[in-house]
Ligand binder design. Structure first.
Ligand SMILES: [Zn+2]
Length: 214
C-alpha cells in the first residue's frame, strides 16, 4: 500500500512527517488546515525525547464527529478531524500526541499485538479439537486487544508528562491534566465523541495518578 496513493511526504525540522503514505488503508485528510500544527507537535516531542531519528507519520482522519487519536506500529500518529477542529491549540494537541507517542515508546503496541497473537493461537489450537472454536476468536479477540491495559494507560499518562517537560512545556502536569479535562467536558455525553477515552481509566484516576508522580 505504501506510496500507492501517491501521497506527498514533507521533510520538516529534520524528521520525516507525512500524511497517509504509510497508513495502510486508513483515509487521511492531507489538506486539513490544522495538520501542520499536529505535525509540529509530533516533531517537537520526538526531537526532545530521543525519537528524532524515527520516521514518524501523521494522519488526520476525516471524522468530524469523533474525538480520537491513536498510534500504530509504523509509527503513524492518527488524529480525527473532529478532535483537531475543536482543539487545535498546542496546549491540547501536544498532550494528546505525547500520550500516543508514549504508547509507542513504552512498547505497548507490541505487547498488545502479542496479546492478539496469543489469543489467536489459543483459538486456533482449540479449533483443532473443537470444530468451529476458531471462529470464537473473531468475537473475543477485538475485546481483548482493542484497548491498552489500565496500567499501560496510566504509564502513558506519566510518560507523556515527562515528554512534555523535555519538550520545554512549563507546568507540564497542569497542562496535561487541563487538556484531558477540557476534552472530556467538551465531549459531554455525546457517545460518538468518546472514542479517545474508550478503555481508559476514569479521568479522576488518571489525574490523581499523574499528580502523585510529580
Ligand atoms: Zn492511551
Amino acid at each position: 500500500m505504501k506510496n500507492a496513493r501517491g501521497m506527498v511526504c514533507v521533510m520538516l525540522l529534520g524528521i520525516l512527517v507525512a500524511g497517509g503514505c504509510a497508513t495502510q488503508g486508513q483515509k487521511c485528510d492531507r489538506l486539513h488546515p490544522k495538520k501542520k500544527d499536529f505535525a509540529v507537535a509530533v516533531v517537537k516531542l520526538c526531537n526532545a525525547n530521543g525519537l528524532g531519528s524515527l520516521k514518524v507519520w501523521v494522519c488526520v482522519t476525516p471524522q468530524p464527529d469523533v474525538y480520537n487519536a491513536w498510534i500504530d506500529m509504523t509509527p503513524v500518529v492518527y488524529m480525527s478531524s473532529g478532535l483537531l477542529n475543536e482543539f487545535a491549540d498546542q496546549d491540547v494537541v501536544m498532550p494528546i500526541v505525547a500520550h500516543e507517542l508514549s504508547h509507542y515508546a513504552l512498547q505497548h503496541i507490541e505487547k498488545r499485538a502479542g496479546a492478539s497473537f496469543g489469543v489467536t493461537m489459543l483459538f486456533t489450537v482449540a479449533g483443532v479439537f473443537i470444530p468451529g472454536a476458531g471462529l470464537g476468536n473473531l468475537l473475543v479477540n477485538p475485546l481483548v486487544t482493542n484497548a491498552y491495559g489500565r496500567d499501560q494507560e496510566l504509564d502513558a499518562d506519566k510518560n507523556a508528562v515527562k515528554m512534555l517537560k523535555n519538550a520545554g512545556v512549563e507546568n507540564a502536569v497542569d497542562v496535561y491534566c487541563t487538556a484531558l479535562t477540557v476534552i472530556i467536558r467538551k465531549a459531554g455525553s455525546d457517545a460518538k465523541k468518546w472514542d479517545l477515552f474508550a478503555g481508559h481509566p476514569p479521568l479522576e484516576d488518571r489525574i490523581k495518578y499523574v499528580r502523585s508522580t510529580e
